[in-house]
Design a protein around this ligand. Structure first.
Ligand code: NI
Length: 392
């Protein structure tokens, strides 16, 4: 069956309408109440039983298959970002300062489109579980869903993200790492404040902090194997009150990204070591905090092959590719993959002939043709993975 026959005009129109409605009414992480309501109403219309209020406003729905003991999970995220929209789209956000700037409106819509296709199919090999997850942007939603038993009995899990680097209708299926780990750190420096004219009576926290920022730059460039992509960025430096006062304290905040678990561990240790050494060198006190975020997202090899075949079935060989560049962004789908085998793909969302703004930008948008590819892919992978799970 061709993709236009599978995802027919009605299913596509429903997805577009849903996407635009969600886009117009974005909700921040842990506040996705209206979004969950829309999802539940749609599931109800499709006759799919669901459990709502899972880990906040999460929704979990099972479409029973021939083998009820085997479950294949498909996951979409639901939350928006604290961004003021500047797209000038007719269905722009009606909530000031909140925007679907990462395409999660699209992810939810394409999974609902897949739900419509799967609900009509009376020959599903295994049960398909739809997971509508809140709070992806905090990096905490997936774990909360797992704790609320969303993954119970799941044999394999699949998900995906819109991506402006690929044409609409394309699906990028990648072996190995798809997303980097994403951790935060903060460094609190305590020096000795004083008069700008008499530096010898002080321990200048601005100077100590500046040296730390520069020393941290050498961790990735001098300590990490260049074939392992990694990043440490200091995004915030707070210090001082006046031009003629030496700052007694400073606070740095930053982000640590890695595509390898051992490199990640090394970066954590190194940030701590560099901060403590520089502080000691200048007689300042320091406190370093490292906040573990999402782990590296690594696709499982066999399941990725299955996903590639399903993507080809969905959109045709010529529309399936692999990611061309390393993605240093984080994604909390990685927590599911620590529990069960699965694969995370990218859905081409590039708008032809237009400037394509990055995710999290106030001008982010995607080509809605991506919804069709996403729904078709989820339909095919749910069936193929169901067969595979039954055969085991
Ligand atoms: Ni996202």
């Amino acid at each position: 069956m061709s993709i236009a026959e599978l995802v027919n005009a009605d299913v596509f129109a429903d997805m577009v309408a849903m996407r635009r409605d969600l886009h117009r009414h974005p909700e921040l992480s842990w506040q996705e109440e209206r979004t969950a309501g829309k999802i539940c109403a749609r599931l109800e219309a499709l006759g799919i039983p669901f459990r709502r209020g899972v880990a906040g406003f999460g929704v979990v729905a099972d479409i029973p298959g021939r083998n009820r003991g085997r479950v294949i999970a498909l996951r979409a995220d639901m939350d928006a970002l604290p961004v003021k929209e500047e797209t000038e789209l007719p269905f722009s956000s009606s909530v000031d300062g909140v925007m679907h700037a990462c395409g999660h409106d699209g992810h939810t819509s394409m999974l609902l489109g897949a739900a419509a296709l799967l609900a009509q199919d009376d020959d599903l090999p295994a049960t398909v579980r739809l997971i509508f997850q809140p709070a992806e942007e905090t990096g905490r939603g997936a774990r909360a869903m797992i704790e609320a038993h969303a993954l119970d009995d799941v044999a394999m899990i699949f998900g995906g993200h819109l991506d402006r680097h690929y044409a609409p209708g394309m699906i990028a299926v990648t072996d190995g790492v798809v997303n980097a780990s994403s951790d935060k750190f903060s460094i609190e420096i305590t020096g000795q404040g004083g008069h700008a004219a008499r530096p010898h009576e002080s321990v200048d926290a601005v100077v100590v902090g500046s040296l730390m920022v520069m020393a941290i730059q050498t961790i990735v460039s001098r300590e990490v194997n260049p074939s392992h992509p990694s990043v440490i960025s200091v995004g915030r430096f707070d210090a001082g009150t006046a031009s003629n006062v030496i700052a007694g304290g400073a606070r740095l905040e930053g982000s640590i990204r890695a595509q390898d678990a051992r490199v990640r561990e090394h970066l954590h240790t190194a940030v701590r070591r560099v901060a403590e050494s520089v502080a000691k060198l200048h007689g300042a006190a320091v406190h370093v905090d490292i906040d573990f975020g999402t782990p590296v997202l690594t696709n499982h090899p066999e399941v990725t092959e299955l996903a590639r075949r399903a993507a080809r079935q969905a959109v045709g060989d010529e529309h399936v590719c692999a990611m061309t560049t390393a993605n240093m962004g984080g994604e909390d789908f990685s927590y599911y993959l620590e529990e069960v085998p699965g694969c995370y793909v990218r859905f081409g969302g590039q708008i032809p002939g237009k400037e394509n703004f990055p995710a999290h930008s106030s001008k982010f948008d995607f080509d809605e043709a991506a919804l069709r590819a996403g729904a078709a892919y989820y339909y095919h992978i749910a069936k193929a993975a169901g067969e595979e799970a039954n055969a085991k």
